[in-house]
Design a protein around this ligand. Sequence first.
Ligand SMILES: *Cc1c(COP(=O)(O)O)cnc(C)c1O
Length: 401
Amino acid sequence: MNTKFYVDMEDIYGAHNYSPLDVVLTKGKGIWVWDIENKKYLDFLSAYSAVNHGHCHPRLVKALCEQAKNLTLTSRAFRNDQWPLLTKELCDLTGFEMVLAMNSGAEAVETAIKAARMWGYQKKGIPENQAEVITCENNFHGRTITVISFSTEEHYKKDFGPFTPGFIEVPYGDTEELEKAITHNTAAFLVEPVQAEAGIIIPPEGYLKKAKQICEKNNVLFIADEIQTGLGRTGRLFACDHEGVKPDMAVIGKSLGGGCYAVSAVLSSREILGVFTPGSHGSTFGANPLACAVAREALRVMEEEKFSENSEEQGGYFLKKLKTIKNKYVKDVRGKGLLIGIELKPEAGGARRFCEALMKEGLLCKETHEDMIRFAPPLVIKKKELDWAFKKVKKVFKEIG
Ligand SMILES: *Cc1c(COP(=O)(O)O)cnc(C)c1O
């Protein structure tokens, strides 16, 4: 069974909603993965930051297996003994008062929007069905119909309408436009502290802080989508922490499940998340004991292995090294912690061919949009391995450039 066998089978029977690199992985350990031909690669994407812990972290595998032997799913018709512990531990860690668990990131974003609308009607007094949520240009918050309703990416929306109304878009990084867009019916402002999918777009310094102040002044909820940037990726627990901003709601997912299990959550205050009443929202698998046991251990590992500190240190180190690459195709190199991107000029012929060349060198990363190479290794990576990766990057740029 070679690579072609799997690629062909997937292409025949699987829907083509992705264009993966043709590497068929079968094993992972820490920052390394192996393909079916036993070739070893450094994972420089971490499943879009869902694998911050590295692959098959022994403590997470243990937590998963032990919980799987005891109890995996009860539904919320009954209580289980893992969810209460996760709620308390998450709140203690993050300083929020209440948490609601879902499975995927998009579901958690939808949950935050539902909470914001409900809060808007019940607490702010917005007239029924008039609530507005302000979102940013070039946002990425997931793929459900409501979430793509406020996407500005034509490709994400084409032929999926009609869309959910109630969303107003403003330019990212522009607080004046935000302030202008606010009306009496604005329930919330939803923002990514760094726009990762859009191409590692880092807003001007002070943007989040100013935006939060504007929201406060106007009684508008500030919702941070920290699904990709949170839990250490940018060098802080939350990317909002860089500006000392405490959102009214934070949405997390991806690495909350330690790369072992799909689990997401909305974190907020009692005043806001308290609006939900029995029957107003739910999920069969949400807050299941297996998810909770894995998430609890994932949070402990994140803290004990100091992911944020390592991300800040190694990210700074790697960014500095990347900036020494002198190449005619490189337009910009930027990042925060271990969320780093190389933006190429249009004449570079797209980021894809660079990613393919890096793959041949044993470094797995993926283009985002046309011209951006994203580097987001697991947060357990060390200098020595980054030095190795840097050599590969340098070599590929030398060969192609
Ligand atoms: C990945 C991501 C999502 C969607 O998460 P899914 O689990 O794929 O639904 C939402 N927002 C951001 C910022 C993301 O990076």
